[in-house]
Design a protein. Structure first.
Ligand code: ASP
Length: 604
């Protein structure tokens, strides 16, 4: 049944034919999308990457083609030659670009057959298990939605390249087989056959290489770079993912921001026709934490956290007084139009905050006929007024009291997000960008009782905070910044250290002694001694940006061949065991019971 394609040439794509082509000949090639019988004729929707054209097999027009068409099933691959006809009145299809015309088949070749697809290609309304879609990704990619996301991914990459090229950036590849470094997530290791017992790592990011490119005088670098991190994939992560990575010499923070704002403006305009407002707003880390309880807040809705610690002094409510005596804090949010929330709804919310570590959730409802609250009897008028300052009629004020400020903020931040989603306060189709600046240089690793770099150890502290490194390291602010979009950390970067003595001091502060620092990062520190220019940069999550612009939640939806939550590719089955001789050649012996995976560290 199957015939060769030899000698046939495609004349048009399946989205090309229009009224003006009527009467002409065309040869189309593609997949059988749908087949219907009507009035003694067979109608095929023929699909290729561009779109769909209706092909009619009419026994009166060409009986041989009609006979052959009777064998066609979904996803068969065919070549059809015929005459372009105008569709009869009443049968045009406004949803198709080719909806005014059809191809009257005169000859057909079946180029390949297809088994019944386990993934419904034509019917996208049918819910399909993601595991099945990933196993048969080659079929899933045929579906319109997936195809469009892959096309958008390409368009975003192209727009980035075009813009950065126009700004004097060079696209430079950095190595994939690199040296394993201690700081960061866990490395993927690759054994070296030529150097038995030695390993390369796959890069967690091109961080050190891009800095060395700056020392190398290349001034403006970018790369749409694959990064590899061997982490647990609890959240929406992939073991290999893509970043728009860039680095610039002779710049300050604002210069990096301008380039990224320009890039995103260009990308949104080119790919989605959207005009982004730039510059994006900039908010210091400390302020963002106070207002949203998160360093990646969703600012598409309000409901900001407020501080009523002072206003609620002197109540008769034991829990508040207990917390205040211990120098704790009372914070709240005002949920719009929820003053009428039921007992049951409030109980559910209370359960949520308890599971997050609060002793309780205290609700005060500002109803039209007065203030209602289960703690009302403990409050005087001045206390109610302190709350009223943050609420309007119809609002439900929710309070959390906690000994630790960061905990109270974190709990309310999560509650805010949950309620924002639940009450549909997040407007669709909006893109709220925000720079978070002045991150702390270090954070305290409670488990290991040591300081760690908050961003990475190559980040420069703010010059005015350098003296605090030895005296008050936890209050040292860094020149790191994050770009946040709709509650996602879209990217992060920093102005870097470019001098050896400061780099040594930072390594020391995070517990790397001189010997270790020299062993692991000697090449970088040596480079800093040969005229390293001031430099800084950033990396944006390319998969995440594509997911947001495509309107999907998971980055798996915008990766052609993703891995599942167990870091397995269900299509190829990777990772797999390998043959003993492959192991022997790299002198590796596999232990019987692998250790349970754990996570570590800060990402580079
Ligand atoms: N390499 C950093 C990261 O992957 C980004 C940067 O600092 O440029 O997060």
């Amino acid at each position: 049944m199957v015939e060769p394609m030899i000698g046939l040439k495609r004349s048009h794509g399946c989205a090309a034919l229009r009224d003006g082509d009527v009467g002409g000949k065309a040869t189309l090639m593609g997949w059988v999308h749908r087949r219907r019988e009507f009035g003694g004729m067979t109608f095929i929707d023929l699909r290729d990457r561009d779109g769909i054209t209706q092909v009619v097999f009419n026994p009166q027009h060409n009986s041989e083609a009609f006979e052959k068409s009777q064998a066609l099933k979904s996803e068969f691959v065919i070549a059809v030659t015929g005459t372009v006809g105008k569709r009869p009145d009443g049968t045009t299809n406004a949803r198709l670009a080719t909806g005014d015309v059809e191809l009257l088949a005169e000859s057909i070749r079946i180029l390949n057959t297809s088994k019944t697809s386990p993934v419904p290609v034509a019917d996208e309304t049918q819910a399909t298990d993601e595991a099945l879609r990933m196993k048969y990704r080659f079929l899933d990619l045929r579906r319109d939605k997936m195809k469009n996301r892959i096309i958008m991914r390409h368009q975003i990459a192209k727009a980035m390249r075009d813009y950065l090229d126009s700004q004097g950036f060079l696209e430079i590849e950095t190595p994939i087989l690199v040296r394993s470094t201690p700081e960061g997530a866990r490395d993927y290791l690759v054994p070296s056959r030529v150097n038995p017992g030695k390993f390369y790592a796959l890069p967690q990011s091109p961080q050190l290489f891009k800095q060395l490119l700056m020392v190398g005088g290349l001034e403006r670098y970018f790369q749409i770079a694959r990064c590899f991190r061997d982490e647990d994939l609890r959240a929406d992560r992939q073991p290999e993912f893509t970043q728009l990575d860039l680095e610039m010499s002779f710049v300050e923070q604002d210069d990096v921001f301008t380039v990224i704002e320009g890039t995103l403006k260009h990308v949104f305009k080119q790919v989605a026709g959207i005009d982004l407002q730039t510059p994006f707003i900039r908010v210091p880390y400390r302020e963002i934490m106070e207002r949203y309880g998160s360093d990646k807040p969703d600012t598409r809705f309000g409901m900001e956290i407020f501080d009523v610690t002072e206003g609620l002094r002197g109540t008769e409510f034991a829990r508040f007084n207990e917390v205040l005596e211990r120098n704790g804090t009372i914070r709240g949010i005002a949920v719009p139009e929820q003053a009428g929330a039921s007992r049951k709804e409030l109980d559910t919310l209370a359960e949520t905050v308890k599971s997050l570590g609060a002793a309780g959730l205290y609700a005060v409802a500002f109803q039209a006929d007065g203030v209602k609250s289960s703690i009302g009897k403990f409050l005087q008028e001045s206390h109610v007024n302190a709350l009223r300052a943050h609420a309007k009629e119809g609002d439900l004020v929710l309070l959390v009291a906690h000994e630790e400020k960061s905990k109270a903020l974190d709990i309310l931040g999560r509650l805010r997000l949950e309620l924002g989603r639940q009450h549909k306060l997040i407007p669709p189709g909006t893109y709220n960008f925000l720079w978070v600046v002045n991150f702390p240089q270090f954070h305290w690793n409670e488990e290991e009782q040591r300081l760690e770099a908050e961003h990475h150890p190559f980040t420069s502290p703010l010059p005015e905070d350098i003296p605090l490194i030895d005296t008050d390291p936890r209050n040292v602010r860094s020149s790191a910044y994050d770009l946040v979009l709709n509650g996602n950390e879209l990217g992060s970067g920093s102005i870097r250290i470019h001098q050896r003595p400061l780099q040594e001091r930072i390594f020391q502060a995070i517990g790397l002694n001189q010997e270790e620092a020299n062993e692991k990062f000697g090449f970088l520190m040596e480079a800093f001694e040969y005229g390293a220019p001031p430099h800084g940069g950033i990396a944006l999550g390319f998969d995440r940006l594509t997911a947001i612009m495509s309107g999907v939640d998971s980055i798996r939806e915008v990766v052609a061949f993703p891995k599942n939550q167990n870091a397995v590719d269900p299509m190829t089955g990777a990772p797999v065991e390998v043959a003993q001789d492959q192991l022997d050649i790299v002198r590796i012996q596999v232990k019987a019971t692998p250790k349970a995976p754990q996570e570590s560290g800060v990402l580079v």
